[in-house]
Design a protein. Structure first.
Length: 70
C-alpha cells in the first residue's frame, strides 16, 4: 500500500467514527429545531437512546426489505 492510500483509509475510518459519535447529537439538534417544545437535553443518556432508536429502525427497515425481496 502506498502512503496516500494508508492516509485515505485512516481518514475514512476517522470520518466514520466521528459520524458515529456526532450523528445522534445532530438528530437531537434537528428535533429540537423542528419541534422547540421538545427541549431534549444533550446528554449521554439521550445520545444512547438515539443510537438504540436508530438501530431499531434500521433493523426494522432491513427486515421489511429482506421479506419483500424474496
Amino acid at each position: 500500500m502506498s502512503k496516500t492510500s494508508v492516509v485515505g483509509v485512516i481518514l475514512g475510518i476517522a470520518f466514520i467514527i466521528s459520524l458515529f459519535i456526532i450523528g445522534p447529537f445532530l438528530v437531537i439538534w434537528s428535533m429540537n429545531t423542528l419541534f422547540p417544545s421538545l427541549v431534549i437535553p444533550y446528554t449521554l443518556e439521550t445520545w444512547a437512546a438515539i443510537m438504540l432508536l436508530g438501530g431499531w429502525i434500521s433493523g426494522l427497515m432491513n427486515t421489511k426489505i429482506g421479506k419483500s425481496s424474496t
